[in-house]
Design a protein around this ligand. Sequence first.
Ligand SMILES: [Zn+2]
Length: 474
Amino acid sequence: MRVLPLFFGLCWCALAGAATPPPAPTQASGAGAVFAAELQATANRLVGQALQGNTAYAIVESLATEVGPRLAGTAAEARAREWAVAKLQALGFSNVHIEPFEIPLWLRGVETAEVLSPYPQPLVITALGASPATAPEGVAGEVVAFASLAQLQRVPAGSLAGKIVFIDEMMTRTQDGSGYGVAVAKRLGAGVAAARAGASAALIRSVGTGRDRFPHTGLMLAADENAAPAVPAAALAAPDADQLRRLLGRGQPVSVKLVITPRSLPPAPSGNVIAEIPGSQAPAEIVLLGAHLDSWDLGTGAIDDGAGIGIVVGAAQLLLEHLPHKPRRTVRVVLFGAEEVGYGGARAYALEHAQELPRHVIAAESDFGTGDIWRFDTAVAPERIAAAEAIGELLRPLGIGPGSNSARGGSDLGYISKAGVPVVDLKQNGWDYFDLHHTANDTLDKIAPGDLDQNVAAYAAFIYLVADSEVSFR
Ligand SMILES: [Zn+2]
């Protein structure tokens, strides 16, 4: 399926979901050949400090509690920006400011579904982001099930008039998130494929690995590459997808009714929040640390991506508070807006900062929940791999193994990575991440205060080593 340029990745998520080749055997380089002993000692001190517990949890606790859900383009996302400015200023960062931009606004409405026959009963659903609405009284039709998006795409155009399609594909649980990269195709494409087939609406089994009765939302394509609009589309909670599968297995026609009333509105304000630790000797050179400030509207975005906000702000805060001197280069924290709805903040940052992208030394984003980091992937010039490996060597005591040189960076780094900025992936264990992802169950109680410390330690050591040295990755 062709994906519109705007959506070349899709939440964390499709970007990091691609399979990466196994790590190449490393040449022994030795961190000492790249980083002075004093730098290494300081990095290790930061690690020790991080592992004692720092304020990463306090940051996500504050965001998830005082702001809560923060859908892009809404007043709640604006409050998240105000929260971030106040927090970053209070922590002592410099140049704290908002860089505004606009995005199309989509607001959730009523969302209900029910089986009409042969065994009437309600189903738990949620509308997919950017979905059009049904008529206020809903749409009803016989369900036609497909095992995959590809199978639906193969039916003759117009052959499913009056039907409601159901894509019943399971997502595979993986440590590296690669199962999501596969499963997300049906969420993106079900609405336009169903429209092409002439169907009235589309249902999908939620893109997620949870067994609880929480449907997973997430962005879909509102139109195909020829601007033909999608039909209304919604995700069923896993137990409800199971139920519909069993009903269809009885051999009789199954009719369902779907009512979803989201609204697509004119462009609304969003923005990125920037904060810096200005470099002491080479302030024009930038080490970028990102996470995304917006969330879906169903939960409080504690995991996606409050955890990432806590990790990157907590790591930079360690540098602010525990270094004997400011690092040589500027450490820039970017809290991106509008990630979930199509990377508005990523695009705005790449445009706004196009002139200085050649002076971005490296960039990393935290957007994969609370699992420990287990692997260090890079995307640096081949002749710079030794420097990247030297960092990897210093991360090894944290349980982080060497990776490949085919990192893709977080989803908000897609545009700047394409523009030539080197990126790394501090890859977290995502085994449980998609149990909660984009559901109403993404709430703070899923994070224990110590959960983020290993992440903070790795990010702090990584950004310090790069920011206080002259190492290049280009
Ligand atoms: Zn995310």
